[in-house]
Write a protein that binds this ligand. Structure first.
Ligand SMILES: NC(=O)c1ccc[n+]([C@@H]2O[C@H](COP(=O)([O-])OP(=O)(O)OC[C@H]3O[C@@H](n4cnc5c(N)ncnc54)[C@H](O)[C@@H]3O)[C@@H](O)[C@H]2O)c1
Ligand SMILES: [Zn+2]
Ligand SMILES: [Zn+2]
Length: 386
């Protein structure tokens, strides 16, 4: 089969690789019909996530048709049309039974690496380095899906792939980011750093949860325009964000701040230099700003991915202001059914963020474009049949 393979920093190739096989009785094999490139893939593409190896297949946003099931799979059937969440979960451990799916204890075969770095290992993730399990990703024609009865959600209607594909990651991620903001309907002002795909869904979800006002921050005009289309007030990123936010909130600051930027924020030469010299793992410019700008006793929600050890984080401000921080890889399985219902009820059309549809064979060019944010690119969907 064909797959998009990481061959080093900023180097993707589409290669002919071996088809996946059932390795565990609870696996299924999915023939991928649509897959996308995520902002998290950009961190991998840029070589910023440790333990990625040459030849690894990327991709954790995908859907398709089940073509084979292992002997212990009960619910999922051959022929089912499914969306697969990016967090791999067993469904039975103490975390899964608490619906803390992205913290599953049983799905990272390389848990010892993550434990050395973080104390405990989070769940395994598709296409996301060996520290996260070394699972082959879904930017491919076929993919092995472990715990086939726990993750995949069956799509019964003939709703197009593009409207449900983002249930695999960024819609639930934006939704959990907004849910983590303790929004008081009709009252809360939410500021969102980053108008990429995750920011776009965080903005839309904040409104679905009743936010009175959403302020969106990004340097890219077309991304700000898409945020405004959803009803947000968009402002450019930069050093004067604090002043602007104060002016927009009667001096109080936003009730909640969402960092939908993550470890590759723009705007700080200090971080650019230190990350390049490998003296710092992440560029937390947006995170610092969000910590400083959120109001006293407000909430900071961080869906943005961070890899390791962050410099000059104003934790004193967080402590003194009594800020609540919520973060994490999304507990995907919690959101699949409720958010599918919102899509089917036409409360939201997730396909509105797609700007590019390209064959899988053009994945290397698509990665370069999405990384550089050229050609108005906001979200790329890849077609594995071409
Ligand atoms: N928690 C999860 O489960 C989860 C899931 C998916 C993605 N993510 C993470 O969410 C983040 C965003 O993903 P995405 O797909 O939207 O990526 P993206 O790269 O397309 O979007 C990031 C946006 O942030 C903007 N930005 C950069 N610096 C900024 C600054 N200083 N101030 C304001 N905006 C700034 C960029 O211009 C860009 O539009 C990434 O870190 C990704 O890894 C997390
Ligand atoms: Zn992702
Ligand atoms: Zn589990």
């Amino acid at each position: 089969m064909k797959a998009a393979v990481w061959m080093g920093k900023k180097k993707m190739e589409v290669q002919e690789v071996a088809d996946p096989r059932i390795l565990n009785p609870r696996d299924c094999i999915v023939k991928v019909t649509a897959t996308a490139i995520c902002g998290s893939d950009v961190h991998l593409y840029n070589g910023l996530i440790p333990t990625l190896e040459k030849g690894d297949i990327l991709g954790h946003e995908f859907m398709g048709e089940v073509v084979e099931v292992g002997p212990a799979v009960r619910k999922t059937k051959v022929g089912d049309r499914v969306v697969v969440p990016f967090t791999i979960a067993c469904g039975a451990c103490s975390h899964c039974t608490r619906t803390e799916w992205s913290c599953c204890d049983n799905t990272n075969p390389n848990a010892h690496i993550a434990e050395a770095l973080m104390g405990y290992s989070p769940a395994g993730l598709f296409g996301f380095s060996h520290m996260s399990g070394g699972y082959a990703g879904g930017q491919a024609q076929y993919v092995r899906v472990p715990f086939a009865d726990v993750g995949p959600i069956k799509i019964e209607s003939d709703i197009p792939d593009e409207k449900v594909l983002f249930l695999s990651d960024i819609f639930p991620t934006g939704y959990m980011a907004a849910e983590n903001c303790n929004i008081v309907p009709g009252r809360s002002v939410v500021a969102v750093w980053g108008c990429g795909p995750v920011g776009q869904f965080a903005i839309r979800s904040a409104f679905l949860l009743g936010a009175a006002k959403v302020i969106a921050i990004d340097s890219i005009p077309e991304r700000r325009a898409l945020a405004e289309k959803a009803g947000a007030t968009a402002i450019p990123s930069g050093d004067d964000v604090m002043e602007t936010l104060k002016a927009m909130t009667g001096g109080r600051g936003p009730d909640a701040a969402i960092d939908a930027v993550g470890m590759e924020a723009h705007g700080s030469t200090y971080d650019d230099v230190k990350q390049t010299l490998k003296m710092e793992t992440d560029r937390p410019f947006a995170l610092r700003q969000a910590m400083s700008c959120v109001r006293k006793a407000g909430t900071l929600s961080v869906p943005g991915v961070y890899a390791g050890f962050l410099d000059k984080v104003p934790f004193g401000a967080v402590m003194a202001k009594g800020v609540t921080i919520k973060t994490g890889q999304t507990h995907m399985q919690r959101y699949l059914h409720p958010l599918l219902a919102l899509v089917e009820a036409k409360k939201i059309d997730p396909s509105c963020i797609i700007t590019h549809r390209v064959p899988l064979s053009e994945a290397p060019e698509a990665y370069a474009m999405f990384n550089a944010k050229t050609d108005g690119c906001i979200k790329v969907v890849l077609d594995p049949s071409r």
